[in-house]
Write a protein that binds this ligand. Structure first.
Ligand code: HPA
Ligand code: ZN
Length: 330
């Protein structure tokens, strides 16, 4: 927290590495790679970060990625993010990346994964990190299949698969085949569901994709039977308060369903999604939960403990971090 005491230790499980591309870096990489930008400067770009919904964000998010061209660009992007982690109390990251958004522009999978893993290896002394390959759900399932095949040489560096991009109209069921193949390759399945989409998408993610975590899942709260199932199975939900506010998924921080989800004893944790776009990294989302939702220290410890329990770390690492969370005082 921003109180002068060390930040609460936490795992970051819902973070799109491309969503850490800060406006200044967009311009720096555009200059270096000779990419023309449709903005007059950093302030003009920032002014476009007034989003009305998920799609209005995705339009800017994908457009800005045009500046990421080389292995070094991906390494610098991830290094800049990982350097921030100790200050945010982040001890472990399972970062999403969107290979289709790069391979479709001619960037080889080898450079995307190579750059990200160069950074992960360089920062391994400060923060542990893994990669989750996301399929773009607004692209054909056949493209997801081809992406998984292209990633096969790098599977030793990839912990799981996810599903992201425009949700409504693109239900999880369309990706059952590629998720089955990914699970067969030993990859852990997760998926965005119930961010803008209905509770039925959360059910499909569980039933058709076999996910071990649901990303966002805030709309699950609308369905009592689904809530009972998620509570019974202790299915982790990776909730991103600042993102939900900035994308209009909730009308304001004070109306976010996080307290209701905690009261329903759901296995929720708090994360940052696309921090360069939504106004805060991991600990800033905890601060928003404290100041905007009135969560107390015990509730913050529950969220942080859940983040380690929901991670794909081995059980001894999980227990060590959980003990640190228990000892934390604001
Ligand atoms: N939702 C779906 N796809 C995304 C998001 C998100 O919040 N951020 C980056 N890709
Ligand atoms: Zn997300």
């Amino acid at each position: 927290m921003t109180t002068g005491t060390p930040p609460l230790p936490k795992a970051e499980l819902h973070l799109h590495i491309e969503g850490t591309l800060e406006p200044e870096t967009v311009f720096e990489l555009a200059r270096r790679n000779d990419v023309a930008l449709p903005y007059s400067g950093v302030e003009d770009l920032r002014a476009r970060y007034d989003f009305s919904d998920l799609q209005s964000f995705l339009d800017v998010y994908y457009a800005n990625m045009a500046v990421l061209r080389t292995r070094d660009d991906f390494a610098e992007l991830a290094s800049a993010y990982l350097r921030r982690c100790p200050g945010q109390g982040v001890r472990h990251v399972e970062m999403f990346f969107d290979p289709q958004a790069h391979t479709s522009r001619g960037v080889p999978m080898a450079d995307v994964v190579g750059g990200l893993t160069d950074a992960i290896d360089a920062h391994a002394g400060d923060v542990s990190a893994g990669l989750i390959l996301c399929f773009l759900r607004d692209q054909p399932a056949a493209d997801a299949e081809a992406t998984l095949r292209a990633a096969e040489p790098y599977l030793d560096r990839i912990v799981g698969v996810g599903l992201d991009s425009a949700e409504v109209g693109h239900p999880p069921s369309g990706f059952a085949g590629v998720f089955e193949r990914a699970r067969g390759l030993g990859l852990k399945p997760v998926a965005h569901a119930g961010e803008e989409g209905p509770p039925s998408y959360v059910r499909e993610a569980l039933d058709d994709l076999g996910v071990l975590r649901v990303d966002h899942g805030i709309r699950a709260i609308e369905d009592d039977d689904l809530v009972a199932r998620l509570r019974r199975d202790r299915t982790p939900l990776t909730v991103c308060p600042l993102s939900n506010v900035r994308l209009g998924c909730v009308p304001g921080i004070g109306l976010h369903p996080l307290p209701e989800m905690l009261a329903a004893e759901l296995m929720v944790s708090v994360h940052s999604d696309d921090p360069a776009y939504f106004g805060g990294y991991a600990d800033d989302n905890y601060t928003a939960a404290r100041d905007g939702l009135g969560l107390d220290a015990e509730q913050l410890r529950t969220l942080a403990g859940n983040s380690f329990e929901a991670s794909f770390l081995d059980s001894s690492a999980r227990e060590g971090f959980t003990e640190e969370v228990r000892r934390w005082r604001p």
